[in-house]
Design a protein around this ligand. Structure first.
Ligand code: ADP
Ligand code: MG
Length: 478
């Protein structure tokens, strides 16, 4: 039997506000436990929540970026459950009317483009953290994270493989960083996914029963967890057992998922509108102001790069992995023709990215500025240096030896592009290598390469290789 995989993701993006969603306490990461939790966060009697407009502004920005509807009013609701790290006994979230509804994310899987629909995105507060280590049989509670603003982004069950789910998560991650609503730091928990996974016989109309894998905080874990879960569900079904709706945890050490609890239904949470918070009204003026301040989005930048420089969608995709990278490319290729623009793209996605990766640096920390890179590319484009020499010049720029022109002069790297000079050397090489010339004339193509090599050696690699080729061919009549 063939099975089809169905996946929907719920993603928690921590909004990059300075203070919490309903209090003035700091959201900074890594402070001593319980030093950043005020009366509102620890639920002292009599305190009241005050909505942080910065969180609302970020939710609107996200909604506009994915082409969603901004609901006004939207409603804050209490989601009731008991847990030691939730002092109020309820989490403030949005239920029936979220601030953002609909929209979509476009993903690239292989050569194909696919649109994943979004159901909604709602504002909510994070809970605290239970610490199970170092407390000798007890559990410690850290409420620093309680009240941190989250945007929960819910997708439709539109993905059909772990690869698609990862591509979606990566696209979403890149987008929230691009529009500055979330720092995207996955180690610190600023961006984490719950994956809802089910399988059904290929061609079936109804979805199968899903299990929800909680809190995946790396793309690799997301991939591994889904792959394991799919194998497990298919095994169960093929052995004649039914899948029970459940919430499961992924254990990175074993690579397996295991049951945490049977799934609760929405009615278990006794959702009701929070009487402490007014309905959230968002005026058209406010939406227009957010829209006006929105940076050009990745898709628009990709289109522009393709149209202006003839880049492939794939190459344009690499350059729009982040806004900083796209800006770097735009600066390097400013005013360039298509050929130079493409060379800039190749150097950024090639040598520069490799160097950044090696040294664990962001593009903003690059030791070669966009202007310097362009200086190098211009010397390749005008034939001053060969691609191979350019590697040395790039290394020199990275090492802080100055701009391309200075390094070319200092290292005497100028390519010989004067054809009469090359011709003289070619003549000499032909005179000195009568055997290879004869071999070539007898049909041995290899002998030609050997002659090219001799010319390059005689010029210590400085001759323009294309010209050497052309001149040799001309002289040998080949
Ligand atoms: P809850 O809030 O209880 O987790 P929702 O109905 O809001 O449930 O759905 C949550 C996520 O589960 C959504 O991303 C949705 O796309 C996904 N989902 C729903 N049904 C299925 C299914 N049968 N298989 C896989 N994913 C599903
Ligand atoms: Mg859920």
């Amino acid at each position: 039997m063939k099975w089809e995989v169905v996946i929907g993701l719920e993603t928690h993006a921590q909004l990059s506000t300075v203070s919490k969603i309903f209090s003035g306490a700091s959201t900074a990461f890594g402070a001593e436990p319980n030093t950043q939790a005020c009366g509102v966060d620890i639920a002292l009697p009599g305190v009241l929540p005050v909505l942080n407009t910065g969180a609302v502004e970020r939710a609107i920005r996200f909604g506009l970026a994915v082409g969603a509807r901004i609901n006004s009013p939207s409603i804050f609701a209490r989601k009731n459950y008991f847990y030691p790290d939730l002092p109020k006994g309820y989490q403030i979230s949005q239920y029936e009317k979220p601030v953002v509804e609909g929209g979509s994310i476009t993903i690239q899987v292989g050569d194909a483009e696919k649109t994943v629909r979004l159901t909604r995105a709602h504002l909510e507060e994070d809970a605290g953290k239970s610490l199970h280590e170092d407390f000798h049989g007890c559990t410690g509670i850290d409420l620093n994270r309680a009240g941190t603003p989250l945007l929960e982004i819910v997708s439709e069950p539109d993905m059909r493989s772990a690869e698609e789910a990862v591509a979606y998560a990566k696209a979403l991650h890149a987008l929230v960083r691009w529009i500055d609503v979330c720092d995207g730091n996955m180690q610190e928990g600023s961006f984490r996914c719950d994956a809802n996974v089910s399988v059904r016989p290929a061609g079936a109309k109804e979805f199968g029963t899903r299990r929800e894998i909680k809190n995946l905080n790396s793309f690799r874990f997301l991939q591994q967890a889904i792959e394991y879960e799919v194998r497990w569900q298919i095994g169960e079904l093929e052995d004649g057992r039914a899948i029970q709706q459940a919430t499961v945890l992924f254990d990175p050490d074993t690579g397996e998922t295991r049951m945490m609890r049977t799934k609760e239904d929405a009615h278990d949470y006794r959702y009701f509108p929070d009487p402490d918070l007014l309905p959230l009204e968002v005026t058209a003026d406010r939406i227009a102001a957010v829209r006006a301040a929105m940076p050009a989005l990745p898709a628009a930048r990709r289109e522009q790069f393709c149209a202006q420089f003839g880049l492939t969608p794939y190459d344009a995709g690499l350059l729009t992995a982040s806004r900083e990278l796209a800006d770097y490319f735009s600066a390097a290729a400013a005013g360039a023709d298509a050929r130079t623009g493409k060379l800039c793209a190749n150097w950024i996605s090639g040598a520069l990215s490799a160097r950044l990766n090696e040294e664990g640096l962001e593009i903003s920390q690059s030791r070669v500025t966009a202007a310097q890179l362009r200086g190098l590319v211009d010397r390749i484009a005008d034939g001053t240096i060969s691609g191979k020499m350019a590697k040395d010049v790039f290394d020199g720029m990275w090492a802080g030896e100055g701009d391309a022109d200075a390094i070319i002069a200092a290292k005497g790297l100028k390519q010989i592009s004067d054809s009469s000079e090359i011709e003289k050397i070619v003549d000499q090489v032909l005179a000195d290598n009568a055997r290879q010339v004869a071999d070539f004339r007898a049909g041995k193509e290899k002998a030609f390469n050997s002659l090219v090599g001799q010319v390059m050696k005689a010029t210590r690699g400085k001759a323009n290789p294309q010209q050497v080729n052309d001149i040799l061919r001309g002289k040998l009549g080949g």
